[in-house]
Ligand binder design. Sequence first.
Ligand code: NAD
Ligand code: ZN
Ligand code: ZN
Length: 348
Amino acid sequence: MQALTFHGKQTISYETVADPGIEQPTDAIVKVSQCSICGSDMHPYHEREKGLDHGTVMGHEFVGEVVEVGSSVKALKTGTQVMSPFTISCGNCFYCHEGLTARCVNSQLYGWRQSGSGLHGGQAELVRVPLADSTLLTIPDGVSSEEAILLGDIFSTGYFCAANAGVNPGGTYAVLGCGPVGIMAIIGARELGAEKIFAIDSVPGRLSLAEKFGATAINFPRTNPRSIIDEETAGRGVDAVLEVVGSAAAGRSAYELVRPGGTISTVGVHTESQMAFSPVEAYDKNITYKIGRCPARYYMEKLIPIVQKKKYDLASVFSHKMLLKDGAEAYRIFDKKQDGCMKVLLEI
Ligand SMILES: NC(=O)c1ccc[n+]([C@@H]2O[C@H](COP(=O)([O-])OP(=O)(O)OC[C@H]3O[C@@H](n4cnc5c(N)ncnc54)[C@H](O)[C@@H]3O)[C@@H](O)[C@H]2O)c1
Ligand SMILES: [Zn+2]
Ligand SMILES: [Zn+2]
């Protein structure tokens, strides 16, 4: 089959690799129809996350059709159109029962292979899905394949960020970073009733999209977010910051913008080795800090009805549609935010 594979820093190849096959009776093989590039793919791409084996098939956002199932797969049949969370999960362990499917004891992330083991990704014609019955979901009526891809990662992640922030109708919030996940966090916050949301970024096109979804845009560093937020909150700061970047600078801004007793909720993947604020700084502001990988399998089921209502044009985050064969170029365009690139959908 053809796939996008990793070959070192900023090097993605479209090449022929072996077709995946059933390895365990609980596996399924999915023929991918569409997949997408995530901000998270940029961490191994730039080797901020190190250790990814060369030759690994990239990507963890895809939809497609089940074309083969292992002997113990019960819920899925060949021909079913499916969506997938970005990690696999067993549905049976303590964490799966708690709704923390991202920390399932059998969890694996698509597109992460290290020292010869792990799971290939979904930016390919075919993908092997272990624990298929408890991982995959049939794409329900009223959910487009683009929306199904977003449910599998970034809509779930944005909503999770808002839920962790304790968003409620009366509060004032700041979303740091208006990339695709930040936009989904704004939508998640809206869905949880938030009316006052400040959206902070430096990319005008991204701020415009944030405004379209009801946030008040602040273009930093042109404008100092703190001064605007102070005016709205009698100098206190926001009740919660939704930090959707994953850098030391953003971590520090989150600390500066949150009020005493407030919450910092971050889904940004932080690859630096230290927190952006010290224990005593956290103490002195009575801060609650929530961080981590989204349990997408848990959230996607819960969020299906929101998608079916079509209240938000979720798919508008896809600024570019390209072919899988042009994937290496798609990575470059996405990385450089060329031509206003927000998120790339790859058709097989
Ligand atoms: N926790 C999870 O489960 C999970 C899931 C998906 C993605 N992520 C992570 O979420 C983060 C965002 O993903 P994305 O696809 O939207 O990425 P992105 O890179 O497209 O967006 C990040 C945005 O933040 C802005 N930004 C950079 N520095 C900033 C700062 N100091 N203050 C405010 N804004 C700043 C950038 O201009 C950009 O628009 C990434 O770290 C990604 O890995 C986490
Ligand atoms: Zn992703
Ligand atoms: Zn589990």
